[in-house]
Design a protein around this ligand. Structure first.
Ligand code: 5AD
Ligand code: SF4
Length: 434
């Protein structure tokens, strides 16, 4: 039985896609292994959202390729967004690469691997298939506690910086029955914390169901205890979604709401379809409806045309809103997108300087947010033995913060009350309360 290992880069969507790929391969008679070194087939599920992510995967393919033996093992395949964007040219460029497969082509995987093994040939497939949603495939999950459930694929928004609509195609929503069945089954199998996934979950649309109605139904499934969702788009999040979050006990007090920029001029140029005032109103509405909600965001600096004044607006927004955490990025030009053609690109040194300023600011805010929690009691869903200390367990709070405390591994998968005794960086430390 041939063994495979998947290395996943990028977003949670890719994490779930790797679980779908694993399921397809196991069904076809391959075995999943947890170490790259022991695999006959290495798959890289790649991300092309920024240039850096693409470079990393190329480097890694070349590195692993140097281990190939005279029979061409390990076989190396590239999946995901980079394969979709320029898989065929990478096949020409990188000797070690045996095949590439775009995001809608994973059902072909067993067949292609067998062909590569038998013929020692190379293949690249990047056709998009706007109806592929892997509806019938039960993901083979990476962990035994957290489940991702994809509710939609693709994106129709065309933010001018973003490669996603080109590599993941048009938006399509999965059947509500299939989603609810998957959530219920995940809970029955011990996955008590479920995250609904999509590039823009707020535009979920299946027959008469919108995202608020899906959320309400999923939140009433009693085999799970916690429900989350990513990612939300400020232009689409409705009052009904916020009201549902406030009403339903299983929906966690946490949301990821990408801001990108607080300058209205830049937001317009990004084609984000909201302005800062609207974004701020949503934050106020969320905090009024769900007082202890944790809010995280994505922000980008150095988008073409961003002046010092535009940047300051973003800087001040972070200072005012005080996100629990911000994922900060410097703009990376992606070939094929609209923004790459803008003539007013910002020099790298300015982009880096602005990025560092945001990181410094957010670090102080995040540390303060965590310090504020010292002394509280909270419920932790225990996920794993702590990587740093085998006598400690690591888990997650409802507001999506990592907490560690001394405990035995039998507690993995259960809910434990802790008292927070300390906050070290971005980890809460605590003690189990008897
Ligand atoms: N350059 C830098 N960051 C980007 N993102 C998306 N496209 C780019 C790009 N071209 C960021 C956005 C998005 C997150 C997933 O990645 O902030 O929300
Ligand atoms: Fe996810 Fe976008 Fe990266 Fe693809 S390009 S893995 S959709 S973040």
């Amino acid at each position: 039985m041939k063994k495979f290992f998947i290395k996943t880069y990028g977003c949670q969507m890719n994490v779930n896609d790797s679980e779908i790929v694993s399921s397809i391969l196991v069904k076809a008679g391959f075995e999943r292994v947890g170490k790259m070194d022991s695999a006959d087939i290495i798959l890289f599920n790649s991300c092309s959202v920024r240039e850096h992510a693409e470079e990393r995967v190329r480097g890694r393919i070349t590195q692993e390729g140097s281990r190939k033996n005279s029979s061409n093992f390990p076989i190396i395949g590239l999946l995901g967004c980079v394969a979709q964007r320029n898989g065929n040219s990478l096949l020409q460029e990188i000797d070690a690469l045996d095949f590439t497969l775009g995001t809608d082509q994973y059902r072909k995987l067993p067949d292609i691997i067998n062909k590569v093994i038998n013929n020692k040939d190379e293949y690249g497939f990047d056709q998009q298939n706007s109806s592929e949603i892997y509806e019938d495939i039960k993901p083979l999950r990476n962990t035994s506690v957290n489940a991702f459930v994809t509710i939609m694929r693709g994106c129709d928004n065309f933010c001018t910086y973003c490669i996603v609509p080109y590599v993941r195609g048009r938006e399509r929503s999965r059947s509500i029955d299939k989603i609810l069945t998957e959530v219920r089954r995940a809970g029955q199998n011990g996955y008590k914390d479920v995250t609904l996934l999509g590039q823009n979950v707020n535009s979920y649309n299946y027959k008469d169901y919108d995202f608020a109605s899906l959320l309400k139904k999923a939140a009433s499934i009693d085999t799970i205890r916690r429900l989350r969702f990513i990612t939300s788009h400020p232009k689409d999040i409705s009052g009904e979604v916020i009201a549902t979050m406030a009403e339903e006990d299983r929906i966690c007090e946490s949301i990821h709401l990408p801001l990108q920029s607080a300058s209205n001029k830049i937001l317009k140029k990004m084609n984000r379809k909201y302005n800062y005032e609207k974004y701020f109103d949503i934050i106020s509405e969320l905090r009024t409806a769900i007082p202890d909600i944790a809010i995280t965001t994505d922000v980008m600096v150095g988008f073409p045309g961003e002046t010092e004044a535009d940047f300051l607006e973003t800087y001040n927004a972070l200072k005012n809103i005080k996100f629990d955490y911000s994922f900060t990025f410097k703009y990376s030009p992606r070939p094929g997108t609209k923004a790459v053609e803008y003539s007013d690109q910002i020099p790298e040194n300015i982009r880096l300087d602005r990025l560092q300023k945001l990181i410094d600011l957010q670090t102080v805010i995040t540390e303060q947010k965590y310090q504020d929690l010292v002394g509280i009691q909270t419920t932790v869903y225990v996920e794993q033995v702590s990587r740093k200390d085998s006598k400690e367990l690591s888990g997650r709070t409802r507001d999506n913060k990592i907490a560690v405390f001394p405990g035995k591994k039998e507690l993995i998968g259960s809910f434990v009350e802790i008292k927070v005794t300390d906050a070290v960086g971005w980890t809460l430390r605590g003690k189990q309360i008897k």
